[in-house]
Design a protein around this ligand. Structure first.
Ligand SMILES: [Zn+2]
Length: 138
């Protein structure tokens, strides 16, 4: 299975495995964003996006003073990498609806390791991690 527009997958896990493999190969970390679960099956995604951990737009992050500068420097690089996935409810298969596999930053082992624990987390957890992250780098 490869990442192609319109490619179909039986499960969301198959796609996530593919993204996981890609992230290990290319040395980037990703987050799940804009996730919607099926109302009658909360274990299954209806749609989701995989985004690079650096996806934040520095101009859209609202925080105070030094924190903002640090977030801009370390997290917000407005990286365009994303993979959009949606469940086709007629065929019951997951489809790749669009993707951009380009990154706007260096793909290094160092960056990869730095963010490895930030994957697959909720927005609430991300906020928490950001706070911890800021404490660590000040
Ligand atoms: Zn990226």
């Amino acid at each position: 299975m490869t990442l192609q527009l319109g490619a179909q997958f039986n499960t969301d896990t198959e796609i996530l495995k593919l993204v996981e493999d890609l992230s290990k190969k290319d040395l980037f970390n990703y987050l799940l964003r804009d996730t919607y679960k099926l109302p009658d099956n909360p274990d299954q995604y209806k749609r989701f996006k995989c985004k690079c951990v650096y996806y934040h737009d520095p101009n859209k992050i609202k925080s105070k003073g030094n924190e903002q500068r640090d977030i801009q420097k370390y997290i917000a690089k407005n990286c365009p990498f994303e993979i959009r996935v949606k469940l086709n409810e007629k065929t019951n298969k997951y489809e790749i609806k669009g993707f951009n596999l380009n990154h706007k930053h260096d793909l290094t082992e160092e960056n990869y390791k730095q963010h490895i624990n930030q994957r697959k987390i909720t927005p609430q957890m991300e906020t928490k991690i950001k706070q911890i992250f800021i404490l660590l780098i000040i």
